[in-house]
Design a protein around this ligand. Structure first.
Ligand code: 26Q
Length: 812
C-alpha cells in the first residue's frame, strides 16, 4: 500500500478493504459495522501517522519552543468523525461505508468514547488539543492512560447506577504504544542528609513504578500539523520484587505489582470535592514526574544543556492536579542534574504557568503534610524550602504582619497541617489565569488577593472557548451546511466570520431555513430521548435543556422548582394557552455526593408524575437523559432551544456548555456568572434572558443574614412548590423522601440561594414563553446568538495563551 492514501473515494474504499483483510482479519463481504469502523479508522491512522512523523521531524529540526499541557483529564469522546474531517477523508469514508451497506454515521457510533475526564476541565483540555494542532502550535498534552474512564451511568428506579468504563478493553485504533519509552517513578522511603556541602540529599525511595508512554495523535484542521497527547500507563518494573518471585511467593509478588499498577487504573469521578486519597496523590505525582522527565530528556537531546530550558519549554498546569510538578522539576534539576538551587528556582518560575478552574474553597486541593511525608518525602522537603524563601521575601513587603504570612504560606497550619497546592502553583509560575473575566477578577479579589498584592502582573484572564469543528461542524451538519451556503466555509477556522450572519437575522427566508434545521435536530434529539428513556416528547415543544455535572451550585434543583411551579399553574388553569415544554436534564453525580444523587432521583420522581398527568395533555414533559458525555452532548446541543446556565452568581468559573449551546442556536436563560456575562456582551442584552442576584448582591445577602424561610413565606407560589415536594406529592410511596432536601433549603441555610432567585427565575421563564409563541421572533434571537459566538472558539483562547502566557509563535 502507498504511504500516502489519497482521499479519492475509490482509493479510500480499496484501503478500507485492504485493512479489513490485513488488520481486522475478516473478509470484506462478511465485515460487521464494527469491523468496517475499525478498517476506516486504520486508513485515517495511516495518514495521521505520516503527518505526525513529518511534523515531529520539523519541530525537532527547528528546535522549536514548545508548550506542554499537563492535565489529569482529557475528555476526548470519539475520534473517527473528527479525524476524517481533519484529513478530508469524509467523502471517501462515506462511499466506503455505502459499499458495506451502511452509513458513516452508523459506523461512527460503533466507537467507544474516550472519557478520560469528568466534565468541563477535561473537555476544555480536549478542545485545546484540537486548537493547538489547528493553529500550529508546537505542543504536546500529557496525561494518564486510565484503564477505566468516567463511569457509565444508568438509571434504575430513578436512581443513578455507576458502571465501570473499560473503554480500551478491546484496544483502540487511535493509540500508538511507545514500548521503548518508559521512565521510573519513585515513591516513599526517606531522605538522607547531604554527604558534603555540594552534594544533594539522597532520596532512598521505597517503591518504584515504570511509566510507559502511549501516544494519541491529534489532527489539526486545515493544516498538516498534528499534536500529540502522551498518556502514561503504570507498570510494575519487570524486575519487581524478584525475591518474592523467585521464592515462589506469587501472592506477594502480585500484591506488589498491584500496589503500583493500580495507579493508572481508574479516573477519580469527583469533579470538585477533592477525594483526598493517597492513590490520587500517587496518580498526580506519577504522571507529572513521567511527563517532566520526558520533557527534560527531549530538551537535553535537542540542546545538550538545561541552562536554556526556559527559553524552549513552557509547562502549563491544568488546575493544581499537576502542581507537584513545581517540586518535581526542582528535584530533577537540583538532585539529579546538580544545578544550584537559585538557578533551578529561576528556571522553574519561567517554565510554569497555571490555570485555576474554581473559587470554591472546598474544591481547592490540599494534602496533609503527614501523607506527603510518607509518599513524597523529598518533595515535602523541597516545598518547605520554597516556602521558607518565599515567606522571607514576603515578610519584607509587610513587616510584622503575621496574618499576611499565614494566609500566603504554602502550608495551612490552622488544623492538621496541609500543603496548599494552589499556593505552590502560584509561587512556582510566572502567569496564573482564571477562565472568564468575572472569575479572573474574583481570583485576585478573593483567594489570591494576598498574592496579587505581591505580584499584580502575574494574574491574568483567558476566557474559555470550545472547538467549532466538533461542536458545530461535526455535531450539527444541518446548521453547518446552512452556514456554508450563506457565509462560506471559513468559519471552521475563523469563527468570528459568524458575525456575517447578523444581517440574516431579519431575513424571513433564512429564519425559515434556520427553524427547519432546528426542527430536524429536535426530532433527532426526541428519538434519542425515546430510545434512552422511553419518554415520548413533542419536537414542536420548547426544548429546555440543562446538561452538566450534577452539583448544588449549578442549581438543577432551582430548575426543578420552576418545573413544579409550572405544573401546579397548569393544573390550576388547564385550559389556558400554555406553551408546550420539554425539560431535559442530563449529567452525572459523583459517586459519593449524596445530595446530587438525591436531585437526580427527584428529577425522575417529578417526571413520573408530570409525564403521566393526562390533564396536561402532553404540554409539559420532563426527561433525564442517562449517561451524559461527549457523544450524548453532540446529540443534545443541536436540538436545544433554551440553555439553562443558572448557577449562583460567582460560583461557575466559566462554563463551556453555555458556549456550545449558544453556538448551536439556543437562547440562554442564565445568571450573571462565569462566561454567561461575556456571552451576554457578545449577543446583546435583548438576545439573552438574564435573571437573579449579581455577584456583589449574593455577597451582600449572605453577609446581611439571609433568611430563606422568610422568602418562602412571602411567596405563595414557592411555598406551594416546597410543600408539594416535602409532602410527598412526587414520592407517594415514601412521602418523607425529600424532607431532608427541602429542609436543607428552608432550615439549612440554602447555601446557593435558590429561594432568593426563584421569583426572578420564574419571571424570566415567563418571558421565554412569550417569545417562543412567535417562532420568527425567536429565530431572529437564536440567529443573533450564533452570530455572536465568534469569540468563543478555543482557537482564540489558545492564541491568547500562546502570546500572553507561553510566548510561543504559532506555525500555521
Ligand atoms: C481534585 C482532587 C481529587 C479528585 C478530583 C479533583 C478534581 C477533579 C476535577 C477537581 C476538579 C475537577 C474539575 C473541575 C472542573 O471541571 N471545573 C470546570 O472547569 C471548566 C473549564 O474551565 C469551567 O468552565 C467550569 O466552570 C468549571 O467548573
Amino acid at each position: 500500500m502507498t504511504a500516502k492514501p489519497s482521499s479519492s473515494p475509490a482509493t479510500v474504499g480499496s484501503l478500507v478493504d485492504h485493512h479489513l483483510l490485513s488488520t481486522v482479519g475478516v473478509a470484506p463481504a462478511a465485515a460487521s459495522h464494527a469491523d468496517v469502523m475499525h478498517a476506516v479508522a486504520q486508513v485515517a491512522r495511516e495518514s495521521l501517522s505520516r503527518r505526525w512523523v513529518e511534523g515531529d521531524a520539523h519541530d525537532r529540526k527547528q528546535r522549536a519552543r514548545r508548550v506542554y499541557y499537563l492535565s489529569m483529564e482529557f475528555l476526548i469522546g470519539r475520534t473517527l468523525g473528527n479525524a476524517l474531517a481533519a484529513l478530508d477523508l469524509e467523502a471517501g469514508a462515506a462511499a466506503a461505508a455505502q459499499q458495506h451497506a451502511t452509513r458513516l454515521e452508523d459506523l461512527a457510533t460503533e466507537e467507544k468514547d474516550a472519557a478520560l475526564g469528568n466534565g468541563g476541565l477535561g473537555r476544555l483540555a480536549a478542545c485545546f488539543l484540537d486548537s493547538m494542532a489547528t493553529v500550529g502550535l508546537p505542543s504536546m498534552g500529557y496525561g494518564i492512560r486510565y484503564e477505566f474512564g468516567m463511569f457509565a451511568q444508568s438509571i434504575q428506579g430513578g436512581r443513578q447506577i455507576e458502571h465501570p468504563d473499560p473503554w480500551v478493553e478491546d484496544g483502540t485504533p487511535w493509540e500508538f504504544p511507545r514500548s521503548a519509552l518508559s521512565y521510573p517513578v519513585r515513591f516513599g522511603g526517606w531522605v538522607e542528609q547531604a554527604e558534603g556541602p555540594d552534594a544533594p540529599p539522597a532520596w532512598r525511595h521505597a517503591g518504584e513504578v515504570a511509566a510507559k508512554a502511549y501516544d494519541m495523535v491529534v489532527p489539526g484542521h486545515g493544516t498538516e500539523r498534528v499534536s500529540t497527547l502522551r498518556l502514561w500507563k503504570a507498570m510494575a518494573p519487570s524486575q519487581i520484587d524478584l525475591h518474592a518471585f523467585n521464592s515462589g511467593d506469587y501472592a506477594r509478588a502480585a500484591e506488589y505489582k498491584n500496589e503500583f499498577e493500580n495507579i493508572s487504573w481508574v479516573l477519580y469521578p469527583n469533579d470538585s470535592t477533592p477525594a483526598g486519597r493517597e492513590l490520587r496523590l500517587r496518580q498526580e505525582y506519577f504522571f507529572t514526574s513521567a511527563s517532566i522527565q520526558d520533557i527534560l530528556a527531549r530538551h537535553l537531546d535537542e540542546h545538550g544543556t538545561l541552562a536554556n530550558l526556559a527559553d524552549r519549554v513552557a509547562i502549563h498546569l491544568n488546575d493544581t492536579h499537576p502542581a507537584i510538578g513545581v517540586a518535581e522539576l526542582m528535584r530533577l534539576l537540583v538532585d539529579e542534574h546538580r544545578m544550584a538551587w537559585g538557578a533551578a528556582w529561576a528556571l522553574t518560575g519561567r517554565v510554569f504557568s497555571y490555570t485555576n478552574h474554581t473559587l470554591m474553597p472546598e474544591a481547592l486541593e490540599t494534602w496533609p503534610v503527614a501523607l506527603m511525608q510518607q509518599v513524597l518525602p523529598r518533595h515535602l522537603q523541597i516545598i518547605f524550602r520554597i516556602n521558607h524563601d518565599f515567606l522571607a521575601d514576603a515578610a519584607r513587603r509587610k513587616p510584622g504582619d503575621d496574618g499576611f504570612l499565614r494566609r500566603l504560606s504554602l502550608i495551612d497550619e490552622s488544623g492538621e497541617r496541609r500543603v496548599r497546592m494552589a499556593h505552590l502553583a502560584v509561587v512556582g509560575s510566572h502567569k496564573v489565569n482564571g477562565v472568564s473575566a468575572l472569575h479572573s477578577d474574583l481570583l485576585v479579589q478573593t483567594i489570591f488577593a494576598d498574592f496579587a498584592l505581591l505580584w499584580p502582573d502575574r494574574f491574568t484572564n483567558m476566557t474559555n472557548g470550545v472547538t467549532p469543528r466538533r461542536w458545530l461542524a461535526q455535531a450539527n451538519p444541518g446548521l453547518a451546511a446552512l452556514l456554508d451556503q450563506r457565509i462560506g466555509r471559513g468559519w471552521r477556522l475563523r469563527l468570528d466570520e459568524l458575525a456575517r450572519l447578523r444581517p440574516l437575522a431579519t431575513d424571513a427566508a433564512f429564519r425559515t431555513e434556520f427553524l427547519a434545521v432546528k426542527r430536524a435536530n429536535k426530532a433527532r434529539l426526541a428519538a434519542h430521548i425515546r430510545t434512552s428513556t422511553g419518554i415520548e416528547v413533542d419536537p414542536d415543544s420548547l426544548f429546555d435543556v440543562q446538561v452538566k455535572r450534577i452539583h448544588e451550585y449549578k442549581r438543577q434543583l432551582l430548575n426543578v422548582l420552576h418545573v413544579i411551579s409550572r405544573y401546579q399553574a397548569m393544573l390550576a388553569a388547564p385550559d389556558a394557552d400554555w406553551v408546550p415544554r420539554t425539560v431535559v436534564f442530563a449529567g452525572k453525580a459523583a459517586s459519593s455526593y449524596a445530595m446530587a444523587k438525591n436531585i437526580i432521583r427527584l428529577i425522575h420522581d417529578v417526571g413520573s408524575v408530570v409525564n403521566h398527568d393526562a390533564r396536561l395533555r402532553g404540554r409539559l414533559k420532563v426527561a433525564f437523559i442517562p449517561n451524559y458525555g461527549v457523544s450524548v452532548a453532540e446529540v443534545i446541543m443541536p436540538g436545544a432551544d433554551l440553555s439553562e446556565q443558572i448557577s449562583t452568581a460567582g460560583t461557575e468559573a466559566s462554563g463551556t456548555g453555555n458556549m456550545k449551546l449558544a453556538m448551536n442556536g439556543a437562547l440562554t436563560i442564565g445568571t450573571d456568572d462565569g462566561a454567561n456575562i461575556e456571552i451576554r456582551q457578545q449577543v446583546g442584552d435583548d438576545n439573552i434572558f438574564i435573571f437573579g442576584l449579581k455577584t456583589p448582591e449574593v455577597a451582600a445577602l449572605k453577609n446581611g443574614g439571609y433568611q430563606p424561610l422568610r422568602v418562602c413565606e412571602q411567596n405563595p407560589v414557592l411555598k406551594a412548590v416546597l410543600d408539594a415536594i416535602a409532602g410527598g406529592v412526587f414520592s407517594a410511596e415514601e412521602p418523607a423522601r425529600y424532607r431532608g432536601l427541602v429542609d436543607s433549603l428552608l432550615w439549612g441555610g440554602d447555601h446557593y440561594l435558590l429561594l432568593a432567585d426563584f421569583d426572578s427565575y420564574v419571571q424570566a421563564q415567563a418571558r421565554v414563553d412569550a417569545l417562543y409563541r412567535d417562532r420568527h421572533a425567536w429565530a431572529a434571537k437564536a440567529i443573533a446568538n450564533v452570530a455572536g459566538m465568534g469569540l468563543f472558539s478555543s482557537d482564540r483562547t489558545i492564541l491568547e495563551y500562546a502570546r500572553e502566557v507561553w510566548n510561543i509563535d504559532p506555525q500555521r
